[in-house]
Design a protein around this ligand. Structure first.
Ligand SMILES: O=C(O)C(=O)C[C@]1(C(=O)O)C=C[C@@H](O)C=C1
Length: 255
């Protein structure tokens, strides 16, 4: 899949292959996160334990915002598959722009689920994947950096729903145009859903977690990420959020 070549972008098979590759990054980042406790202090806004001058937000927000500012100058958010968590703070790139062809509808960049993704990550994913419920002040920086990696991978995966939705729209423009004009959210959701594909993803994740999630050369090693948790995270959070992105993108497709 090459964003400079639109003909490669809207093939569902290519998009799904990208989603499969992203599973590996997400699993390995969860494994990195599993080395640390929950470290709730990192997520508390205006936290006296972690004072930040002139900044309203958490330590994670502070780190993520500053990293995104630098990454924006390195052209990260010009790439059509990258969505910033701080769209109002990012800067122009100091590298010359790559002139990507127009791939998505004009409103695509306004479909931004990152606040929701961050909230779900902190409240539902961190408790499942971290080592134990507790705090270790020596790890605040490492935890924030690992969280940022997890969040950016989850964001990319979930916002890939825009490409899936565009491919599906193009495969049956008449049907989707009708449903969009009728604002028939339920039918749009029904048509973008492919239960067999979802089932296959969950089966594959079970296998991957069994292989990657434990050191098979060390019988006493602790399991870092279990199939149960990984499947739960995908089934209850990642796939539903991807579908919400698909539906919202389609609802704005004709604007
Ligand atoms: O592959 C698709 O068709 C998608 O829409 C992506 C996805 C997913 O999130 O992985 C979402 C909805 C479908 O039910 C199946 C899979």
């Amino acid at each position: 899949m090459d964003f400079t070549k639109p003909e490669t972008v809207f093939k569902l098979e290519n998009i799904r292959n990208e989603l499969v590759k992203m599973e590996d990054s997400i699993i390995f980042q969860f494994i990195e996160r599993s080395h640390f406790p929950t470290n709730g202090n990192v997520y508390i806004e205006s936290n006296a334990e972690l004072p930040l001058d002139d900044f309203e937000g958490s330590f994670l927000d502070w780190a993520l915002m500053h990293l995104e500012i630098t990454e924006s100058q390195l052209r990260r958010f010009e790439s059509p598959d990258e969505t910033p968590f701080f769209p109002d703070k990012i800067l122009d790139s100091i590298l010359p722009s790559i002139n990507y062809p127009t791939l998505l509808a004009p409103n695509a960049e306004n479909v931004n689920y990152n606040d929701k993704i961050k909230n779900v990550y902190i409240t539902e994913i961190v408790p499942l994947v971290s080592k134990y419920d507790g705090d270790d002040a020596n790890n605040y920086g490492s935890v924030a950096m690992t969280d940022i990696q997890c969040l950016q991978s989850l964001s990319r995966r979930i916002h890939f729903g825009k490409f899936v939705a565009e491919a599906k729209f193009r495969s049956d423009e008449a049907l989707y145009t009708k449903l969009i004009e009728e604002r028939d959210v339920e039918s749009i959701m029904k048509h973008i859903t492919n239960s067999a594909v979802e089932e296959k993803i969950l089966q594959r994740l079970t296998t991957k977690a069994e292989v990657y999630g434990v050191d098979s050369t060390n019988k006493d090693s602790q399991r870092k990420i279990t199939p149960e948790y990984l499947v739960k995270i995908y089934k209850e959070l990642v796939i539903p959020l991807t579908k919400d992105v698909e539906v919202e993108y389609l609802l704005r497709r004709l604007d």
